[in-house]
Design a binder for this molecule. Structure first.
Ligand SMILES: [Zn+2]
Length: 377
């Protein structure tokens, strides 16, 4: 059969091309667009007028042109033409963030609401989300969707928590949780959303092992720019790799899992904050310094083992990341060097570029990504 492209498809394609070009280059003139996309000026003008009328793009001051002394009108996308919401569900609180089409945070709220597998809890959280979206002054059609990051493993269709021992929420479905919301909603494993935020912050990143060093340990494998989900949905659940047969009890019911050595609860004393712990470490006070060295030794053991399986970059992320210093990375590297038969360069150990609010932002980003990847606009 003869393949053909209709004039309508060409028109739609030009519109998408122009929108993507403005998005990527942030602030451009008609001349830039016509030249770089090899389109006629009338085609560019018609599309710009139509997209401006539709609210997709806006005039944004003036920009230098190649003609000396002449400036041209600049165009940018409207960053909040569509927005997305990311929610992080924790044992004792709920964090919400709204991001625009550049993945930039527009607004953020935290509520102290203790998790409960009960309809009253879902209703309370949904009411807070509705109040949050109302405070942004958005219309329902503007919101692409809501991603719920959760400390649990999620089915590949992102509709159900199939393993949720931390929050005791195994079996929870997204329809049960979000029945009071008029937006598309989905669950996402919190370590995956942290890795998605990392990918967004580092577009050059294609392959890496991401470790989320937070209240609980988590991990995600980034391969060819995507998160590997695995055959059954429990890819990179390194937290349950057995490390010590006589170790402390993990929430999974077994003893000595990696979780029991590398979660923040294994590092911090009862009611101790990361700030106060690291203030002691940096003053080289004992016993905090010994606890930190022991944690780094366990981290080096874990990274070495995983690195022997997968020779790639390791990104140390999660709440701990913002406290990590170059000297800690050097210490982990020294420890790994003593454990491994190979001469290891230090360049595979990296500190996360996005340690703050990465989980909630990462939960929002897939909706933004899907919007940007659409075939027409
Ligand atoms: Zn375990």
């Amino acid at each position: 059969m003869k393949k053909s492209i209709t004039p309508n498809q060409i028109k739609q394609n030009n519109r998408s091309l122009i929108y993507d070009y403005i998005y990527k280059n942030r602030k451009v003139s008609q001349q830039n667009i016509a030249y770089d996309l090899c389109l006629s000026r009338p085609t560019v003008t018609t599309n710009l007028t139509a997209m401006e009328n539709d609210g997709l793009i806006q005039k944004n001051g003036l920009i230098d042109t190649e003609f000396v002394g002449r400036k041209a009108a600049a165009y940018s996308i409207v960053p909040d033409y569509r927005i997305s919401i990311g929610i992080e569900i924790l044992k004792k609180e709920v964090q919400m963030v709204a991001v625009n089409l550049y993945g930039e945070k527009i607004s953020r709220m935290t509520y102290e609401i203790a998790f409960e597998y009960a309809d009253s809890y879902f209703k309370t959280v949904c009411d807070k989300i509705l109040a949050f979206t109302k405070s942004l002054g958005t219309t329902d059609g503007q919101i692409l969707g809501i991603g719920f990051a959760i400390q649990g493993l999620v089915t590949p269709d992102q509709q159900t928590i199939w393993y949720g021992k931390i929050l005791s929420c195994t079996g929870l479905s997204i329809t049960e949780f979000s029945q009071y919301l008029p937006y598309p909603c989905s669950f996402i494993h919190d370590a995956d959303s942290a890795a998605i935020a990392e990918l967004w912050a580092s577009p050059e990143l294609t392959d890496a092992f991401y470790l989320s060093l937070s209240r609980h340990l988590g991990a995600a494998i980034i391969s060819k720019g995507s998160i590997l989900t695995g055959k059954h949905g429990h890819n990179s659940t390194i937290e349950h790799i057995p490390m010590q047969s006589d170790g402390s009890k993990c929430y999974c019911g077994r003893n000595g899992c990696m979780e029991t050595l590398l979660s923040l609860s294994s590092l911090l004393a009862e009611s101790e904050s990361l700030e106060s712990f690291f203030a002691k470490v940096r003053r080289r006070e004992l016993p905090a310094l010994d606890r930190w060295d022991c944690f780094l030794t366990n981290l080096a053991k874990a990274v070495n083992m995983l690195h022997l399986v997968y020779d790639t970059d390791f990104i140390l992320g999660g709440y701990l990341a913002q406290y990590l210093r170059k000297e800690d990375i050097a210490s982990i590297h020294d420890k790994i060097q003593q454990m491994t038969p190979f001469i290891e360069a230090q360049d595979f150990l990296l500190i996360s570029k996005m340690p703050r609010h990465n989980i909630s932002i990462g939960a929002a980003l897939p909706y933004i990504q899907a919007f940007l990847n659409r075939s027409n606009i």
